[in-house]
Design a binder for this molecule. Sequence first.
Ligand code: PMP
Length: 420
Amino acid sequence: FKKPGMNIIEELESEVRSYCRSFPTIFTQAYNYILRNIDGREYIDFFAGAGALNYGHNNPKLKKKLIDYMMNDGITHSLDMATSAKANFLAQFNEVILKPRGLKYKVMFPGPTGSNSVESALKLARKVKNRKTIMSFTNAFHGMTLGSLAVTGNKFKRDGAGVPLEHTVFVPFDNYYGDEVDTVDYIAKLLNDKGSGISVPAAIILETVQGEGGINVADYDWLRRIAELCQRQDILLIVDDVQAGCGRTGTFFSFEEAGIEPDIVCLSKSIGGYGLPMAITLIKPELDIWKPGEHNGTFRGNNLAFITAAEALTYWENDELSTSVNSHGRTVRLFLEDLARKYPEMKGEVRGRGLMQGIAFGTDGLADQVCRVAFELGLIMETSGADKEVVKIMPPLTIDNEGLMRGLRILADSVEACSN
Ligand code: PMP
C-alpha cells in the first residue's frame, strides 16, 4: 500500500497517528457517504469522521452557503467578536432547535473542539456549586485534554500522562452489571452514606450512548432517574452530546426522548455541519455566572463553521431527517441481529440507537479483524470499546438506502471472511 504520499506520512508524522494506520491509503475526495482514494477507488463511509459528518461529506447545500460567503469576503476569524455569521447562527439555533423544544439555554463558544466544550462544562459546574468532585461513568469518553481525560473511563488513554484524577469518582454506567445491579440505587446509596468516602459532586457527566466506550446505551428510564437524583441531591447534570447529538440517535439532542433537561450540554463534531471545527456549550441561564473573558481561546469565532452550522440546522425544520435516521437505524439493527444469529460462535451482541449502532463480538480481536477486511473490500468502519470489541456503524445521516445496503453487504462479507 505504499502509494505516493504514504512514505512521508510514515517518515514524518508522529507515532501517535492512528486512523491512517487503520485505513492505509491516501484519500483525495469525498461526497456524502463515499470517500475516494488517490487511485479513484471508492469506499463507503460508515465512520463519518467519528460523528463529525452527520450531513455527509461536501454537503451541497452547506457548500453553496460557504462558497457564497467566501466569495463575498465574509469574515473567517474574529476571536469572539460580534459578526453577522455568529448572530445568524444563534438566531437559527434559537428558532429551529431551542424554541420548538421549549428549551432555554445560553450558548457559550468554548473553543473549537468537543474537549473544549467538556472543559468549560466542568469548570463552570465547579464554579457554580463550589465543589470540586465530578461523577463520571465506566467506559465514558469525554476528550483528550487533561481535564476531560480525568473524567474518561479508559485507563489506556491516561497512562503516564499525569492526569489529575483526585476530583473524579467513577461509577457504573447503566447495564454495566447487566440486570444484577440497579446502578441508580447504587449511586444514590454512595451519595447518602457518610461512610462511602464519596463527596457530593458538583456535577454528573454522561453520554446517553457511549460512543468510544462501546456503544453502551442508557435506557430512557435510567436517564430520568439520574436526572431526578441530580435534582434531589443538588447536583448539576452535564450531558456530553458531542458524539450522540446533532441527530445521530434520531432526534437533534440524544436526550429528548427521555424527557430530561440537562443543566449543561456539550456539542461539537457535527454542530459545524461541514466537518469544520466548532463547539458550543449550552448553559441553563441561571447558571451562566461566567465573568467576561474568564474562559477564552483564539478559535471561538470560526465564522465559516457558523455559516455551515446555521444552514445544517435547516435539516431540523421538519421531521424528514429524523424519520430517515430512525428508519435506517432499524434497517441496520435488523441486519446486525441477523448477522449475530448467523454466526453464533462470534457471540455478537447488537446495541445502539438511531444511526449509532454497534455489534460487540465475544471473541478477542475479531471486531478489529472485521474492520480491516471491510477496508480491503471498500468499507470504512472503526472499532470502539475498551478492548476494541465493538464494530461501530455510524454512516452520515444523509446516506440513502442504496448506500446503506452496499455498506451492510460488505460488512456481511467481512464477517463471513472472518468466521473461519
Ligand atoms: N465527548 C465525546 C462523547 C466524544 O465522542 C468526543 C470525541 N470522540 C469528545 C468528547 C472529544 O471531542 P474532540 O475530539 O473534538 O475534542
